[in-house]
Design a protein around this ligand. Structure first.
Ligand code: ZN
Ligand code: ZN
Length: 280
């Protein structure tokens, strides 16, 4: 039973960034499940609706990948979600998650990377000039663009769906076909990793975050994934010493042995501007 095998639950080329990091950081040999269809878990390209949370979907992908590669000890899956930035309206945001599951000991570790560096965008067009301008703006052809049918100004993938245009000529032909059929075409950036190098970089960053967390071990039992998961507020006000809503400590709890570590924050006192007593 090869103990150095990690299965990567992907079919969109994500292994090209994940596998070298796994090998370098953990000495693991990555395998892909043969004939693996992650599209059935929901895709960005609208054929299958996405229903679960990204974490639940990643868990389901890993479970399916373990069935394909039964001797793998470790499973990896990645999920991205795209939309408006949670703090900055009108700024699009890519939130990437990479999950590692080690079935020898039940360790589950999640890495994240959230970035506004994404080409995520969509628009409705009726003319090829507007379609070409959109495509150039989002980095086509190095980044994919998907053409979707429309109904009442909304996307209607059941009417038409073309996601494999590699040249401007091919893309504009799909747009013309769509406009002839529906009166307008809904264009969307292709967020599948192999057609989106910008997203691929974000997946790499999330994988690096994952490996950093995984390699942090419990000082008591050595279990991987010993990272802060809870933050305690109540850092005292520098003027009146009353507790504030600032963080005073980060708490790590080992899922294996229950070992608990509280790391107090570097700042000893909170700015009185954050204090309800001094600055109500
Ligand atoms: Zn105060
Ligand atoms: Zn422990």
């Amino acid at each position: 039973m090869p103990s150095d095998c990690a299965v990567i639950a992907t079919m969109h080329g994500k292994e090209s960034v994940i596998a070298p990091l796994l090998r370098g950081a953990l000495g693991l040999r990555a395998e892909l499940p043969p004939d693996f269809d992650t599209d059935r878990f929901g895709t960005f390209s609208r054929d299958v609706p996405r229903t679960d949370t990204p974490l639940a979907t990643a868990r389901a992908k890993i479970a399916a990948a373990f069935e394909h590669v039964p001797y793998a000890q470790i499973g990896i899956a990645s999920e991205g979600s795209f939309g408006p930035h949670p703090q900055v309206p009108f700024v699009p945001c890519d939130s990437e998650l990479v999950l590692l599951m080690d079935r020898r000991n039940g360790v589950e570790v999640v890495g994240h990377h959230v970035t506004s560096r994404t080409n995520y965008a969509y628009c409705v067009v009726t003319e090829s000039e507007a379609a070409a301008a959109f495509a150039q703006g989002v980095g086509f052809p190095s980044h994919g663009v998907i053409v979707i049918g429309t109904e009442d100004g909304k996307s209607a993938p059941l009417k038409l769906l073309r996601k494999n245009a590699m040249t401007m000529t091919g893309l504009l032909a799909a747009v013309a076909e769509c406009v002839a059929l529906c009166g307008a075409a809904y264009l969307e950036t292709d967020m599948r990793a192999h057609r989106n190098p910008t997203r691929m970089r974000a997946i790499r960053r999330a994988t690096i975050d994952l490996l950093r967390r995984y390699r942090s071990r419990c000082p008591d039992c050595g279990r991987e994934g010993f990272v802060a998961t809870e933050w305690l507020t109540g850092l005292p006000c520098a003027a009146c010493h009353a507790p504030t809503d600032r963080i005073r400590a980060a708490v790590s709890v080992c899922a294996g042995c229950g070992h608990r570590r509280e790391r107090t924050s570097e700042a000893a006192w909170a700015d009185p501007g954050r204090c309800d007593h001094c600055n109500p």
